[in-house]
Design a protein around this ligand. Structure first.
Ligand SMILES: CC(=O)SCCNC(=O)CCNC(=O)[C@H](O)C(C)(C)COP(=O)(O)OP(=O)(O)OC[C@H]1O[C@@H](n2cnc3c(N)ncnc32)[C@H](O)[C@@H]1OP(=O)(O)O
Ligand SMILES: O=C([O-])CC(=O)C(=O)O
Length: 375
């Protein structure tokens, strides 16, 4: 892994533009948001503070943060037309499809009329996406129409409160805060790049975010946290996990939650979420899932020099907080919407339509055959 070539397919190793938002892997394994190290942000910041940093360009003062949190709290309500749409979506729908539809429907109801509105549109999306997913989830699974305008100060606490009808514990609110910070921004990853490509056509914010949700859904990107959970929950001991992983590697299966397109040695978000997963394992008295996860990490490094990315220990952390697996990737959306919209602002501020070239590999010249003569 450490010295593999990074050129070639998937635009790997090629710069596709500039950003002042984030550095990924510049020193092999580092991550910064506007120059602030992710470790420091995860330890000291509130997610809303990080959102402010990304979206407004600087850390807020206490008064600015208080006002921002109050603003976000006031934007959690769902328009009745959106509730009606969410109530039509079946229980077995993929929650990422619900997010995509929710963002798109909101674009019909609260269309961005001008780029001057972009800050307000992005704050609204940040505030309302947790309401969208939890309203649908509780209606389709529990048959209840929840109140989405809770008084919780934090986005993470608000999410857990809507899911369970009771305020989150201090530990859970803390872990959600860290998790949302870790997922907030990551340079030109696939979903953010999707948002920027869409923005480069001078499209509206809801279209950019709707497209980005579609890209994040896949198991090679945000969907990996759910796929990792689906894998580790099958194993009842570290020994069984090791046997199964060895078999998967033999069959050349992809192990979800491992590897990265940019980092070469480690993903700095892993140590942070792993720490919190361990704390949650102790909190719930787990003696299976955390040891299984640790063994998978050891075996993957020993056998392939592949390391856990941000998604792997998120799986056990969310599981210990009793969050249904199918809501894992939607939580990622509730966080990454900050990075997406901040990138849209950047793209719009210095725009040229993103339109790369392709190397043609098709036939030289094709002869037209009338339809009745074709095989
Ligand atoms: C928050 C996030 O989105 S982080 C990413 C989440 N995605 C996942 O966890 C899915 C699993 N991981 C992967 O599929 C890949 O590692 C990706 C998509 C993240 C990166 O893809 P790439 O940049 O193409 O991977 P990379 O070039 O490092 O692959 C090198 C080799 O390691 C293998 N490899 C990489 N990741 C894995 C993995 N998780 N399991 C098994 N083998 C792997 C590749 O198949 C490749 O082998 P090859 O040379 O024989 O073809
Ligand atoms: O950067 C990437 O390719 C994927 C990733 O880790 C992220 O989006 O958080």
């Amino acid at each position: 892994m450490a010295d593999k070539p990074v050129s070639g397919a998937g635009l790997r190793g090629q710069s596709a533009g500039t950003t002042a938002l984030c550095t990924v892997g510049q020193s092999g394994s580092g991550l910064t948001y506007r120059g602030f190290d992710i470790k420091e942000l995860a330890e000291k910041a509130k997610f809303e503070e990080v959102a402010y940093l990304l979206l407004k360009g600087k850390l807020p003062t206490q008064a600015e943060l208080d006002a921002y949190i109050t603003k976000l709290k006031g934007l959690r309500g769902l328009p009745p037309e959106l509730k009606t749409v969410l109530e039509q979506i079946p229980r077995d729908a993929h929650p990422m499809d619900v997010m995509r539809t929710g963002a798109s429907m909101l674009g019909n109801l609260e269309t961005e009329q001008s780029f001057d509105e972009q800050q307000d549109v992005s704050d609204r999306l940040l505030a309302v996406l947790p309401s969208i997913i939890c309203y649908w989830f509780r209606f389709s699974h529990d048959g209840v129409r929840i109140e989405t305008e809770t008084d919780d100060a934090s986005v993470g606490g608000h999410f857990l409160h809507m899911l369970r009808d009771e305020p989150a514990s201090e530990l859970h609110a803390r872990v959600m805060n860290v998790s949302l910070i870790l997922y907030a921004e990551h340079e030109f990853n696939a979903s953010t790049f999707t948002a920027r490509v869409c923005a480069s056509t001078l499209s509206d914010m809801h279209s950019c975010v709707t497209g980005a949700i579609g890209s994040l859904r896949g198991p090679l990107h945000g969907g990996a946290n759910e796929a990792a959970m689906a894998m580790i929950e099958n194993w009842t001991s570290p020994e069984e996990a090791e046997r199964e992983i060895m078999g998967m590697l033999e069959r050349k299966d992809k192990i979800m939650g491992f590897g990265h397109a940019i980092y070469r040695e480690s993903d700095p978000r892993n140590a942070i979420i792993k720490h919190w997963s361990k704390k949650l394992a102790e909190d719930v008295g787990d003696s299976v899932l955390y040891p299984v996860s640790e063994r998978v990490e050891e075996v993957m490094w020993r056998e392939k020099k592949l390391f856990c990315n941000a998604d792997f220990f998120h799986a056990s952390a969310y599981y210990f907080m009793d969050i249904p697996t199918k809501l894992f990737t939607p939580i990622f959306v509730c966080s990454r919407v900050t990075g997406w919209t901040a990138h849209v602002f950047e793209q719009r501020a210095n725009n040229r339509i993103i339109r790369p070239s392709a190397d043609y590999v098709g036939p030289e010249k094709s002869e037209w055959v009338p339809i009745e003569q074709r095989d």
